[in-house]
Design a protein around this ligand. Structure first.
Ligand code: ATR
Length: 272
């Protein structure tokens, strides 16, 4: 049977094995998928050993940049992201690195939430790997304007420069912004600590603005609670993005696109 895995450290709580096993069952694909704890001091050795027999792997924290270095060739979107979350062994034995995170978020927003990004005013909070990974895909949807706001403004400015050729992209500090936008995406890791980026509630137009947290949890995240309290039309967490990025990887490996809705429903049920 074809062998797949997700590499991370830590990896114990990964939902990827469950997601990919559900995809495989649904599509009748014969494969195994396991969660593997990769050593912090030898990611590339570990990955190379796996690929002596393995067909493909997802890569999560903290190895996405190392996977980018390891790959023999890169998709355009992985090159832009500077990070790889999906490795595929090619017929000649080489490793292709791709990044399905941005496509996963865009699919969750456009297909699942029915929110078109074209012509919209969009605010992205954060300037780390999570935001970098989705910028090119967001700009490809042709928003009216995309603002990256970050606590450390210099990091937002650097990202805005690197992606400036792809569309109308601006950098900002959190407290410079007060005009309502159509979409706010939280790509900071603040939710992990139960914290909130210090942005003005006036960015939310009640009943109109969609708020999206790339994080998810059993309970609504701090950001989603804040959004709901201030009248956001919807406050969505990142579980849909997780399932969609996995579906993109599955499609890349197997050439079959699984239906994501039943898998997302099952994950929600298990989380609760
Ligand atoms: P990731 O790869 O998940 O994006 P990262 O590269 O460490 O992780 O980036 C974390 C992001 O969350 C950064 O934009 C960080 O802001 P700084 O660049 O100023 O450090 C942001 N962040 C983390 N904790 C935060 C908090 N409590 N409030 C606001 N922003 C926070």
């Amino acid at each position: 049977m074809d062998r797949y895995a997700v590499f991370g450290n830590p990896i114990g709580h990964s939902k990827s094995p469950l997601i990919h096993r559900l995809f495989a069952a649904q599509t009748g694909q014969q494969l195994t998928y396991e969660a593997l704890l990769a050593p912090l001091d030898d990611f590339s050795g570990f990955a190379r050993t796996f690929f002596q027999t393995g067909k493909g792997a997802n890569v999560t924290v903290p190895f996405k940049e190392q996977a980018y270095q390891l790959a023999d060739s890169l998709s355009a979107r992985a090159r832009r992201a500077g990070a790889v979350n999906t490795l595929s062994k090619q017929a000649d034995g080489s490793l292709l690195g791709d990044n399905t995170d941005g496509a996963g978020l865009v699919r969750d927003l456009t297909l699942n939430a029915g929110f078109s990004l074209a012509g919209k005013r969009i605010l992205l909070l954060g300037a780390g790997g999570a935001v970098r990974g989705v910028l090119a895909l967001f700009l490809a949807e042709q928003p009216a304007a995309l603002v990256i706001a970050n606590r450390t403004v210099e990091k937002a400015e650097a990202l805005a420069q690197q992606f400036a050729d792809l569309g109308p992209l601006f950098a900002s500090g959190f407290d410079w912004l007060d005009e309502p936008v159509d979409l706010i995406v939280n790509g900071t890791s603040a939710s992990l600590a139960g914290e909130l980026p210090p942005i003005s509630a006036s960015l939310i137009q009640p009943g109109h603005t969609l708020c999206y947290d790339m994080m998810y949890g059993k309970e609504p995240t701090t950001f989603c609670r804040w959004a709901s309290e201030h009248g956001a039309a919807r406050a969505l967490d990142g579980l849909g993005m997780l399932v969609e990025q996995a579906a993109e990887a599955f499609f890349l490996w197997r050439g079959v696109r699984p239906a994501t809705a039943p898998v997302l429903a099952e994950l929600r049920r298990l989380l609760a």
